[in-house]
Design a protein around this ligand. Structure first.
Ligand SMILES: *[C@@H]1O[C@H](CO)[C@@H](O)[C@H](O)[C@H]1NC(C)=O
Ligand SMILES: *[C@@H]1O[C@H](CO)[C@@H](O)[C@H](O)[C@H]1NC(C)=O
Ligand SMILES: *[C@@H]1O[C@H](CO)[C@@H](O)[C@H](O)[C@H]1NC(C)=O
Ligand SMILES: *[C@@H]1O[C@H](CO)[C@@H](O)[C@H](O)[C@H]1NC(C)=O
Length: 198
């Protein structure tokens, strides 16, 4: 086999692996280390999935949010957030975010950020929920944020949002304003796993 052909075949296999990891079927995804989540959702925008376990009585939400659009040559930021005001229309204002940053020449950083305005630079800060086990893993063009959040006990639905963007000097830059970016939000029933109509 020619070197070129081998290269092309290897490339096809690699691309199909990368694409397959984001086939629109979150339930077929297995996390490493035997971590399992009872519910999952293929989010409608920006190649993302939410996987979670939820105890309604205590409000304990154990989650993993996967995102498959990291540009591995330059790095990106990815964030997943809850809007505690339940405001789907202006969900960004007041959002309580988990932010992950991956740079090609650095380690993965992950932290919490409360968002008070559209001019946010996603600075690190305390959010309105108790958070434990916050971590992020990166491989290829994928990043996964893991965390356990304590929601008000009895919570059933929440407005959640997710977003991606580029970096400048390792700091998050404003996200694009495409319809995919602007529609990366929904009202979610944590118990059934279904998104609700506005
Ligand atoms: C998704 O994956 C699960 C587990 O592999 C499988 O049982 C199910 O049939 C798949 N659903 C679709 C729509 O492909
Ligand atoms: C995952 O489960 C298998 C089979 O139950 C076990 O042998 C293995 O040690 C587990 N791995 C981790 C990281 O827990
Ligand atoms: C990654 O970033 C580089 C540099 O900005 C750009 O040329 C390239 O098109 C990007 N790749 C993707 C898949 O967006
Ligand atoms: C957060 O956790 C701490 C320590 O477990 C606890 O004392 C505190 O009441 C919790 N706060 C909220 C808002 O749940």
């Amino acid at each position: 086999m020619s070197l070129m052909l081998r290269f092309v075949l290897a490339f096809i296999v690699l691309s199909s692996l990368l694409l397959k990891s984001f086939a629109k079927n979150c339930s077929s995804y297995s996390f490493s280390g035997n971590r399992t989540f009872a519910l999952c959702r293929d989010l409608p925008q920006l190649s993302s999935q939410l996987h979670w376990n939820y105890e309604q009585a205590t409000g304990k939400l154990d989650l993993a949010c996967r995102h498959g659009r990291i540009n591995s040559s330059i790095g990106n930021w990815f964030a997943w957030a809850i809007n505690p005001n339940n405001n789907l229309q202006n969900s960004m204002i007041g959002a309580q975010a988990l932010v992950a940053i991956w740079q090609s020449h650095g380690t993965t950083r992950v932290y919490t950020s409360p968002i008070s305005g559209y001019d946010t630079s996603l600075a690190k800060g305390t959010i309105a929920y108790n958070v434990s086990g916050l971590s992020a893993t990166h491989w290829g063009n994928e990043i996964i944020i893991f965390a356990t959040l304590m929601l008000p006990s009895g919570t059933t639905t929440l407005v959640h949002l997710w977003q991606e963007g580029t970096l400048s000097d390792s700091m998050p830059e404003m996200h694009d304003m495409s319809s995919a970016n602007l529609n990366a939000k929904e009202r979610l029933d944590l118990v059934t796993g279904q998104a609700l109509a506005v």
